[in-house]
Design a protein around this ligand. Structure first.
Ligand code: TXA
Ligand code: MG
Length: 317
């Protein structure tokens, strides 16, 4: 596996785009987390992604596009609201679930045969460049093994899936650090299917209405992010911990003196989100600990996404 840095290697994205067109799989930076990228229109390429992640094929993938002008290619009766939301939040960490058009059998596998399709326009310049140079819609689930911690650096991708991808584009650490917010735009009201990098408050302010967070059905999730156990470290994780217990690696938030790492000493939820997955990995890999513990994180702004991820990461089956 080669690690290429587009910032210093002007051919990196061109080479990656050629691999995508040949049906290969490439590690791609986005502003949220690193993704495993493949041509959404190539069923064989999409299959490689499910295999690499060890992800069941009934869990659909997000299609990454270069802008809202591509929506009518893959979506049926795109509601004006989708364009309104795209103008405000794209490029950025917002994924919209829309009605699929029925003339796109090629992306059947990417959508797990569902009548809906999830689309997003990422904000990372390398991701946008890769989509444009490939000229195809790109599926990109987070570049980690199914149910494990999402990657926010190229090294994370190399560590967990290095043997499964031909190339990883290094676009630096992800600025947002948690996955995109997924909203369902197929009904009369917008519903959040997964809390993420776009806050509930920002959506509500823009739409001037309440935007409920769907609980989903944990036994038959429409999104793997809804699985009770997900984003899991190897060590047990204890959340909402006031202090450390013996043998625990303690990740703090805010004014916590006695911790091993602090998500944000200033109590900034954006900073905390950007640090979350990298800190979980570091804590999990630190020698000599029996478990991990984490301070409480407030349930607003990006705190919704952070708490969602650590609840699943701490789930005991
Ligand atoms: O930020 C992100 O969204 C990252 C970066 C790489 O773009 N990608 C990501 O992909 O988080 P993944 O595969 O780890 O999560 C995609 C989520 C899943 O929970 C999936 O079930 C949901 O999107 N999804 C995809 N298509 C859907 C659909 N048609 N209806 C409902 N949920 C869908
Ligand atoms: Mg994921």
């Amino acid at each position: 596996t080669t690690l290429l840095t587009p910032e210093t290697d002007e051919n990196a994205v061109k080479t990656a785009a050629a691999l995508i067109r040949q049906g290969e799989v490439v590690g791609m930076p986005t502003e949220t987390v690193y993704g495993l990228a493949a041509n959404a229109l190539n069923g064989e390429a999409v299959k490689k992604i499910f295999l690499a992640k060890g992800r069941p094929q009934d869990n659909p993938l997000i299609i990454h596009i270069p802008g809202p002008q591509w929506l009518p290619r893959y979506c049926e009766d795109v509601p004006p609201l989708a364009y309104t939301l795209a103008r405000k939040f794209w490029p950025g960490p917002l994924t919209m679930v829309l009605k699929r058009s029925d003339n796109n059998a090629a992306i059947d596998l990417a959508c797990s045969g569902l009548p809906n399709i999830a689309v997003r326009m990422p904000a990372h310049p390398v991701a946008l460049d890769l989509i444009k140079k490939s000229g195809v819609p790109i599926v990109a689930p987070s570049a980690n093994k199914f149910k494990s911690i999402s990657p926010t650096t190229a090294q994370h991708v190399f560590d967990s899936l290095g043997d499964k991808v031909d190339m990883i584009l290094d676009g630096g650490p992800c600025a947002v650090g948690v996955e995109s917010t997924i909203i369902d735009v197929t009904g009369s009201n917008v519903v959040i299917l997964r809390a993420g990098g776009t806050s509930k408050e920002d959506l509500e302010k823009f739409l001037n209405e309440k935007v409920p967070l769907s609980q989903g059905n944990p036994n038959q999730p429409s999104a793997p992010g809804q699985l009770l156990k997900h984003y899991a470290p190897n060590h047990p994780l204890r959340i909402n911990a006031a202090t450390r217990q013996p043998g625990e690696f303690f990740i703090g938030f805010g004014k916590i003196a006695d911790c091993d790492l602090n998500l944000s000493p200033a109590g900034d939820l954006r900073e905390a989100a950007a640090n979350l997955f990298a800190f979980l990995r570091r804590a999990d890999a630190a020698p000599g600990y029996m478990g991990l513990a984490m301070s409480p994180v407030p349930e607003h702004g990006l705190g919704l996404a952070i708490n969602d991820r650590i609840r699943r990461a701490s789930y005991k089956a």
